[in-house]
Design a protein around this ligand. Sequence first.
Ligand SMILES: [Zn+2]
Length: 347
Amino acid sequence: MTRRQLFATIPIAAALKRANAAAAPFERIDTHTHIHRRDPALLSLLEQADWRCLSICVSRAIGDEASDLEEMIRGTIDVHQATKGRIAWATAFDARGFESRVFAGRVIASLQQSFGLGAVAVKIWKNIGMGIRAKSGEYLLPDHPALSPVFDAIEKAGRTLIAHLAEPDGAWLPLDAHNPEVNYYTGHPEWHMYGRPGVPSKDAILAARDRVLARHPKLRLVGCHLGSDEEHLDLLAKRLDTFPNFAVDVAARVRYFVSGDHTKAREFLLKYQDRVLYATDFTLGPGDGEDAAKEFQQTHERDWKFFATRDELSYRNRQVQGLGLPENVVRKIFRQNAVRWIPGIAG
Ligand SMILES: [Zn+2]
């Protein structure tokens, strides 16, 4: 009897007690990673711990620099095939050139090609809203009419739009000790928007994303990083109530749940248990080896403990207690929501 067959015959609660506290009785899915080359150590850890991942391609170019997207897509398809789909993939498109008459046709043709090669989703990134500009100097926003036919094509193909738009509030605040993201923006000044003329406000970017949700009610849109409302669960709740086609991932934002009010976090996760997808934002760098794979595994197990158990755990040098969410909710966050919001992710 395989491990999975064994667990299928006994209720989860009993299985959880029998297994070590950090193990799960089902295959879990990390819906936000960046793995664009083969890494045997990483794959064997994923297999052992029974994880699947979505590897997301990103079009990062902003100005006239050369794009690395095609190379990234090639590497990702290779990983997808080599892992027999354990690593699913999301494609992306270069939004520069959105003022060209042939833009939508060209982008849609490239997306169709990716879909034919197994891409289950399309990613758009924060350079839409915070980086790419029209010839007039105006920033491209996600609800620009040039992008609309692209979103229609994604919806028609039954794929999911994965959207990292805007950033934590700190991107629009002075870089001082009061800025909760001071470390990140000190290291990444290119994304620090405070005091830059003509830059859209965070509200303006998220309002433009909301208009995409309203105009494409059948398009499934997963907002990365708690939809950039990581500091405002109340605002996020309103958006989830307004747009049934909107879900969010928790990539790189579990720390906000950990450091915030646990009662509020628990209530939020219970109420929106069908709309939250587990994710890490793990990125496999060019020189990363076994250590990176191990760290990835530790993140998975630590986050699992935080959501699924009441155990004490150490999180960024803090001792905290797990939320102990009910097992049906944990199953949704760590698997079922991924399968429902990103069809094809589990093969
Ligand atoms: Zn990411």
